[in-house]
Design a protein around this ligand. Structure first.
Ligand code: NAP
Length: 278
């Protein structure tokens, strides 16, 4: 277990956190945040490729005395963290979240690619075990505000399309953020026929993916991190909301909030917006 700062004796007990995907781009950022914040105690990193190595040394912090484990189950059973933060891959995240809930460890999940059915099943498991969980497709505060503002704008501008842009190593498309934005828009938007009813694609995929009656477009390029535009159109005007994460540190305040809030939950919360004060 490791913290950079010595803790004031009067402060509360730090929250013990393990990180799955700790050697990944997001996982490394989470580990840095955890070891620099005295509210947390980083107890284990999980990585299949770095087992036994010192996490700090591997990710450029210098030795911190916490090693990687290649088994999430062993980490959860032996280290007994309060919270598991997961930034891995779509194919592993459901299994990881189920395992944490079954072992009484609260999951905070940033990995995208979970389906609606996955979310329903995980919510049921969370309630059954009375173990809190937070799953958020985007932990950046600005992105969450963009989603909330988009939902409000959809009341007045039902014609809408989403363009999401990410780095070219992203595995799922469209992004979890785009799907969540679409869901929030759909809850406020009157159903309308968008575009010309006789529209025909002469190049497959040219009009993007179709969800809730409107289109989502995905761009993948090196140099990008995570960006999204929600474009509304009405007679004689367009209205664009845009958010850019230009560095992965943009997600850390949201991850920190989720770790703190999940300690008070006994059910699953999907979306950071539900943890923000109005
Ligand atoms: P990444 O750099 O590729 O890291 C993923 C890590 O997962 C890898 O380091 C890998 O570590 C591990 N992994 C790969 N396959 C695995 C498997 N089958 N089982 C267990 N672990 C496995 O990816 P990233 O950019 O950090 O993104 C991770 C996830 O977070 C993605 O789903 C992305 O969309 C999402 N994301 C979410 C947010 C948000 O705010 N919610 C923000 C950014 C990204 P080892 O090979 O060492 O095991």
């Amino acid at each position: 277990m490791f913290r950079l700062h010595s803790r004031n004796a009067s402060t509360v007990k730090p929250i013990r956190v393990a990180v799955a995907g700790a050697n990944g781009r997001m996982g490394r950022e989470v580990v840095k945040m955890l070891v620099e914040d005295e509210a947390f105690s980083f107890v284990r990193g999980v990585s299949r490729s770095q087992a036994g190595n010192d996490v700090g040394e591997t990710i450029g912090l210098g030795p911190i005395g916490v090693t990687f484990s290649d088994s999430l189950e062993t980490a959860l059973l032996e280290d007994r963290p309060d919270v598991l933060v997961d930034f891995t891959v779509p194919e592993a995240v459901k299994r990881h979240t189920e395992m944490a809930l079954e072992l009484g460890v609260r999951p905070v999940v940033g990995t995208t690619g979970l389906t609606e059915q996955d979310l329903t099943e995980l919510a049921r498991l969370s309630e059954e075990h009375r173990v809190g969980a937070v799953i958020a497709p985007n932990f950046a505060l600005g992105a969450v505000l963009m989603m909330m503002f988009a939902a409000r704008a959809a009341k007045y501008f039902p014609h809408v399309e989403i363009i999401e842009m990410h780095h070219d190593q992203k595995l799922d498309a469209p992004s979890g953020t785009a799907l969540k934005t679409a869901e929030m828009i759909a809850q406020n938007r009157d159903e309308v026929q968008q575009g010309h009813p006789g529209e025909k694609e002469t190049l497959e995929g040219a009009r993007g993916g179709y969800r809730y009656g409107f289109r989502i477009h995905s761009i993948r390029l090196p140099g990008l991190v995570a960006h999204q535009e929600v474009i509304f159109g009405g007679p004689g005007q367009t209205f664009t909301l845009r958010h850019d994460s230009i560095h992965r540190e943009s997600f850390m305040p949201g991850v920190k909030l989720a770790i703190q809030k999940v300690m008070e939950l006994d059910h699953l919360v999907y979306g950071l917006e539900h943890l923000l004060k109005e």
